[in-house]
Ligand binder design. Structure first.
Ligand code: PMP
Length: 454
């Protein structure tokens, strides 16, 4: 694309396109970055810059860019049967096969799939289905969801309400009623001198306290991201989720794991609930389910929930035109075939994940980095004003943006949330690419420090 075409597109974009999660006035002034091509772990922009995408698009391109098999499957499905719905006692073959495949892949008795187009819609589905689940058992008052402050569960009314992002709640009068939030584990901020186990127990206890405050007969479910992504990759202590599971069982509160980011290999296990060793009753999936090649979300329910809904739930008054869209489910099946046949998830657990962690931890030695955290193939660097104190910059977020922009100029895509630099590369990253990532990140940290006059 030549310069004048790029300018023309930028002007069209500024005039007509409202970007999500963006200061659109600022964007219009600056001009949007237009991405034109992707191959493996790299993307190219309209100016011809080749960028190592250490964020896999938006935590989603697990198998990497440019896999022609997915396009071929989509084209075949479109030619054969471009669309049919799953309403009115119908469905299609790839949708059935994907439901079966997900039942096989997900842990325990998560044997029942409902399809959506996104993670947000999947979480909306959960809110309604869980409330319905309790209501049809004559417990309509057991309708409260507990989520976590700074959690992210999407941007629809229910998704944003289940999440605990205050900035999102401010726009549109959220959260909707009967959703409460507790503080998540983030040791760097409030772990004090507690050891991992103790901190895990203390954080899980926040859930028990909240359940007791609200009354166990009022609390329907607890929802959480096994690793909190959007807020800055907060990795909980190893025992946290097992403690949470015990508490949920004790008070008969359904446990919902939002695996939108973590699912499909991100932690080196197929699902983060396997990584942390707990069993959710319900699981949210999206992103990695198709490696982002086409939109698709899913909710997995366990046998208990499915049985109640089947026997007492009556007609399910919920669904999307594109629930189980055959092109999307066919692409998901092909994506999962590639993940399995090329042993991509195993390779993260047994090989490349270790090397990435080793090099990422080396970045933690930089004077600007207060903590380098990583689990499998997802991590963050916490940029700090001074080491070794665990303290944030006074004006949070400014340094993160500086570092992000410098990294981009150095050919590396990292996302910044507050002053955390977030890592979530395609799972197919090679050793050489890990080294390239390290070198570009180290250089960017140096230049950021220089920009701050340090
Ligand atoms: N849950 C989590 C944990 C997410 O990270 C996201 C998206 N980043 C969502 C839900 C929402 O998914 P979507 O953007 O597909 O609606």
């Amino acid at each position: 694309m030549d310069q004048s075409q790029t300018r023309e597109l930028q002007q069209l974009d500024a005039a007509h396109h409202l970007h999500p999660f963006n200061d659109n006035a600022a964007l219009a002034k600056r001009g949007t970055r237009i991405l034109t091509r992707g191959e493996g772990c790299y993307v190219w922009d309209a100016e011809g810059n080749k960028l190592l995408d250490a964020f896999a698009g938006l935590w989603c391109v697990n198998i990497g860019y440019g896999r022609k098999e997915l396009g071929a499957v989509a084209a075949r499905q479109m030619e054969q049967l471009a669309y049919y719905n799953s309403f009115f006692m119908c469905t299609t073959e790839p949708t059935i096969r994907l439901a079966g495949k997900l039942a096989e892949l997900t842990p325990g008795d998560l044997n029942h799939a409902f399809f959506s187009n996104s993670g947000s819609e999947a979480n909306d589905t959960i809110l309604r289905m869980v409330r319905h689940f309790w209501a049809v058992q004559d417990r309509p008052q057991k309708n409260i969801f507990i989520g976590r402050n700074n959690g992210y569960h999407g941007s629809t009314m229910a998704g944003a309400s289940l999440g605990g992002m205050k900035g999102m709640h401010k726009q549109g009068g959220l959260p909707i009623p009967d959703i409460h939030h507790i503080d998540p584990p983030f040791w760097f901020a409030d772990g004090g001198d507690m050891g991992e186990e103790e901190y895990g127990r203390v954080c899980a206890k926040r859930l028990e306290d909240k359940i007791l405050e609200l009354g166990p007969d009022r609390v329907a479910a607890f929802i959480g991201e096994p690793i909190m992504g959007a807020i800055g990759v907060y990795i909980p202590p190893k025992n946290y989720w097992q403690e949470i599971e015990k508490i949920c069982r004790k008070y008969d509160v359904l446990l919902v794991a939002d695996e939108v980011i973590c699912g499909f290999g991100r932690t080196g296990e197929w699902f983060a609930s396997q990584y942390f060793g707990f069993q959710p009753d319900i699981m949210t999936l999206a992103k990695g389910i198709t490696s982002g090649y086409i939109p698709l979300g899913a909710v997995m329910f366990n046998d208990r929930v499915a049985k109640v809904l089947a026997e007492r739930g009556g007609e399910l008054a919920h669904g999307y035109t594109y629930s189980g869209h055959p092109v999307c489910t066919a692409v998901a099946l092909e994506n999962i075939r590639i993940l399995e046949e090329e042993r991509i998830v195993d390779r993260c657990r047994d090989d490349i994940g270790h090397y990435l962690a080793q090099r990422w931890k080396e970045l933690g030695e930089h004077a600007l980095v207060g903590e380098a955290r990583i689990a499998g193939m997802v991590g963050a660097l916490e940029l700090v004003p001074a080491k070794p104190e665990r303290r944030f910059f006074d004006e949070r977020g400014k340094v993160g943006v500086i570092c992000r922009d410098i990294a981009l100029r150095n050919g590396l895509i990292l996302r910044a949330t507050n002053d955390s630099m977030l890592l979530s590369p395609p799972l197919v990253l090679s050793r050489e690419q890990v080294d390239e990532l390290f070198e570009k990140a180290w250089k960017s940290l140096n230049e950021t420090a220089a920009a701050l006059g340090r």
